[in-house]
Structures are given as C-alpha cells and as structure tokens.
Design a binder for this molecule. Structure first.
Ligand code: UDP
Ligand code: MG
Length: 244
C-alpha cells in the first residue's frame, strides 16, 4: 500500500476503557470535514481494564483506527515513542485518551503547522484540573523554562503536532514527553503555541501523583539541561560523488 497519510494521531492509553469510543467519535467529527487522510494509532500501555478489547472493537469499526498493545505498562513516553515509530504520515499529532484534550482544536493547529512550523504545542489557558495540579504545573513550567532557557507556556500539554522525522530523532528516555519543545528545537524545529480547550477528565483516574511527578520532572530537567548544553549541529558543505 502506498503511503498517503497526511496526519498520524498517536494516543497513549492506560486504563481508559470508558473514554475511547467517545474520543474516536470526537476525532472523527473534528477531522472528517478537513478531507485529509489520517490514521489514529492507539498505544495501549499495558492496560489492565477492558481498554484493549475496546481498541480491538474500534479498529474493526473505523478503518482509520489501529492499535498496538504493550505487554506491560511502560509509561507515557514509551507509548508516545512506539506510536511515533508506527506513524505513516509526515506529521504526528499527540493527545491524551481521557478527553481532557479536545480534538476540535486540531484543525486550527494544523493550519498553523502548515504555515511553516515543525511543532505546534497547545496551551491550556483554562486548566480543568484540581488546584494542586494546576499550581504544580505552573511551577514546573517556570523552573523548566528557566533552566532550559525557553518561554513555552505549557510543555505538559499533550495536544501537539510534530514533524515525524524530527520527533523520531530526539533522545528517548522515561519522562521525555515533558520536554518535547526543547528536544524538538534541538532538531531545528520552529515551535509555535496555540491556545487550546481543556476539559475535566471524562472517566477514570489520573495516572500521576503530583509529588511523584514533580520529583521525576526535576530529575529529568538536569538531564535535559545537560543534553542541551552538549548539543551540536552541523551543515554539510559538500560531499564526494557516490562511486559505487
Ligand atoms: N498514560 C499512559 N501510560 C502511563 C500513564 C498515563 O499511557 O503510564 C496515558 C493516559 O492513559 C492518558 C495520558 O497518558 O491518555 C495522560 O495521563 P493522565 O490523564 O493520567 O495524566 P494527567 O492528565 O492527570 O496529567
Ligand atoms: Mg488527563
């Protein structure tokens, strides 16, 4: 089959059985009017509920939907990366499976992307999370921005569109999904932000504790700072002819 996809959606799923059908419907209604060819790649990160059964049902119902399923829970970064490897389109869109992100934001993000950026990142202006999470996220953003010398409003927003080749080339580690703007810039990406809708979790529970996430995020920050400080890029001036 020739590769004709214009957009691959990558969606990590860990115990989201009651969100997936509605999510697929929302994606369908948001993207169908655009008349672009897209695929939806659900990455089941070792769910222990009925998520996998629902994903099987969805991939049988919607030709655009497919899934891969991990043997065990490996975390959101691993799930994203597995999806990036599976993607068949030159650009990938990422979002959470719990309906906190709104697929209706995708068309505007795509328009901005097509103006010449390699990454569009959502900014959840009105976060619909508990206060502790909102404050923790504000502090984390501020510290992250200071140390990585960025000014990204909301690195933690999963709703993003990225150049597939670039995002495949960034360093991979547990927690990397919180640093995608910095890592993508190191690949030479032009990054733009756009205000997006944010909703309360539809069903199920958050997979993260505020304190645990703050500790993991701070630890990773030093790694990212180090990678950033040791980063190099080069441009080839010329090369010899291929003699083979
Ligand atoms: N997720 C995952 N593996 C994990 C933890 C989370 O695939 O180990 C998925 C989860 O199913 C959801 C997304 O990552 O689609 C974000 O998780 P969650 O909504 O719990 O995070 P929060 O919105 O509370 O920060
Ligand atoms: Mg969530």
């Amino acid at each position: 089959m020739t590769n004709h996809y214009e957009l691959s959606l990558v969606i990590p799923v860990f115990n989201e059985q009651d969100n997936l059908r509605k999510l697929m419907q929302e994606i369908d209604s948001a993207l169908e009017p655009l008349a672009i060819s897209y695929e939806v790649i659900f990455v089941d990160d070792g769910s222990t509920d009925a998520s996998l059964a629902v994903l099987k049902e969805l991939s049988a119902t919607y030709t655009k939907a497919r899934y891969i399923s991990f043997e065990q829970n490996r975390g959101q970064s691993a799930a994203f990366c597995a999806g990036f490897d599976e993607a068949r389109a030159p650009r990938v869109a990422t979002m959470d499976a719990d309906l906190q992100n709104d697929p209706a934001d995708l068309p505007a993000m795509l328009r901005l992307y097509n103006e010449g950026h390699q990454m569009i990142i959502g900014w959840r202006m009105k976060r619909r999370d508990v206060w502790i999470k909102r404050i923790a996220s504000k502090i984390a953003n501020a510290i992250r921005n200071r140390l990585t010398r960025e000014s990204v409003k909301d690195t933690g927003c999963s709703l993003k569109i990225m150049d597939t080749e670039m995002v495949r080339a960034i360093p991979r580690f547990n927690g990397m999904h919180r640093f995608l703007p910095t890592l993508m810039k190191m690949q030479g990406a032009s990054v733009a932000e756009v205000k997006v809708n944010h909703r309360a979790r539809h069903q199920g529970e958050s997979k993260y504790g505020t304190i645990d996430r703050a500790i993991a995020g701070s630890y990773d920050l030093f790694g990212v700072r180090w990678i950033q400080s040791r980063h190099f890029s080069y441009k080839v001036k010329e090369r010899s002819e291929d003699n083979s």
